[in-house]
Design a protein around this ligand. Structure first.
Ligand code: ATP
Length: 365
């Protein structure tokens, strides 16, 4: 089923929680809504579920206008962070509950409960009660309850935030597998950008009630269209400097030919580079190591270069000889820099094309 939100505005008194938002989710697509706390993610999801009263806007399922359809008639499954399963019911009763409400014939309900429990991996736990389950198992029961009616749309609001890191990674992959298997149109609200990048077909970045970036995980990571997208997406986060700031010595020196081409606009430019694009080695600007953070596969190296604090993600072998106070060359391939207008925070492209050696190639005509 295709879900289309058209011109959604939600006001709570003077607060504009969602501001004229339009968004279409394709049939079978998993779309992640990410953004800082209070940006309107839950409110938007609530509108699709039928819990949020809109000040303006329409909701379409395929071509059907369902804006005024009551929540229980929308054929939606949802898992909310605090939407706990019923403690006095067994797992089977919990999963079955939506079918009871829908007054499904008993045999059909039995079949769907058993099938869905198997699907999410709680088939062996049907007679247990919630207090006899782990957090991850409870979350699966909540998911099974959301899926048992085979809803047209699945809404997930921070469904994994109560789980520890290991279980979160495992469960998110299972959610994705189920979602693909059932071909279900899904909206996932999360504050965890890595979760969004990992399993979504597209990521919508929200800020102050609006969508400020919407693209595939790969595209939004490689080419963030605004400074906020650049800050929010990617872990560890991008190194960012306003060129007018006194601590921008590193980008100013590294980007000298580009800044010359930018002329007076350079002072109104913000630049960024992802930590994995910062190279350490014998060449480059002289940097001094401040701190090494071991992240497992990589090491995050905190450096000071030309008065700037720089974070570089490096291979453990590359940094084996480094420690606090040691010196190392720091360089960035010119094409790895991102440029933003300091006033509008919108992505800009530097003048001309950047050759790999950092020389600005001016486009003719
Ligand atoms: P979080 O990540 O913290 O859950 P969110 O992006 O989901 O945040 P929403 O819950 O949609 O944000 O809230 C958007 C804005 O609307 C916030 O400023 C919030 O304070 C406000 N808001 C939400 N619900 C209500 C309500 N019932 N009454 C008044 N204001 C509300």
């Amino acid at each position: 089923m295709r879900v289309a939100i058209e011109g959604l505005t939600v006001r709570y008194g003077p607060v504009v929680a969602v501001d004229n938002l339009s968004l279409t989710i394709a049939p079978g697509e998993l779309l992640a809504l990410v953004g800082p706390s209070g940006c309107g993610k839950t409110t938007t999801l609530g509108f699709v579920a039928g819990f949020t009263r809109a000040s303006a806007g329409r909701l379409l399922f395929d071509d059907r206008d369902v804006t005024t359809l009551p929540a229980q008639r929308r054929n939606i499954g949802y898992v909310f962070q605090d939407y706990a399963i019923y403690p006095h019911m067994t797992v089977a009763q919990n999963i079955r509950f939506p079918l009871e409400v829908a007054k499904l014939p008993r045999r059909e309900a039995d079949r769907l409960v058993a099938q869905t429990a198997e699907l999410v991996g709680v088939g062996g736990l049907l007679s247990r009660r919630p207090h006899q389950l782990s957090g991850g198992q409870r979350q699966r029961v909540a998911l099974a309850r959301a899926l048992v009616k085979r809803p047209g749309v699945l809404l997930l609001d921070e469904p994994l935030s109560n789980l520890d890191a290991h279980l979160r990674a495992q469960t998110r992959a299972e959610i994705r597998r189920l979602q693909l298997e059932l071909g279900m149109t899904t909206i996932l609200v999360t504050h965890d950008q890595s979760e969004a990048l990992a399993i979504a077909d597209r990521v919508a970045v929200m800020s102050e009630g609006r969508i400020i970036g919407l693209d595939t995980p790969a595209a939004i990571y490689a080419r963030p269209l605004s400074l906020l997208c650049a800050r929010l997406i990617g872990a560890p986060p991008m190194n960012i400097w306003a060129l007018s700031d006194p601590d921008a010595g590193f980008p100013k020196q590294a980007l000298a030919p580009v800044l010359e081409a930018l002329g007076s606009a350079a002072a109104r430019t913000v630049v960024g580079v992802r930590p994995e694009q910062v190279r350490l080695g014998p060449t480059g600007l002289p940097g001094s190591v401040r701190l090494l953070e071991n992240l497992g596969r990589d090491v995050l190296v905190h450096l000071e270069v030309a008065g700037s604090q720089v974070r570089a993600l490096a291979d453990p072998e590359v940094v084996a000889s480094l420690g606090p106070g040691t010196s190392v060359g720091v360089s960035v391939s010119p094409a790895s820099w991102h440029f933003f207008d300091a006033d509008t925070a919108v992505r800009i492209e530097p003048p001309g094309r950047l050759a790999p050696d950092g020389v600005v190639v001016r486009e003719e005509g």
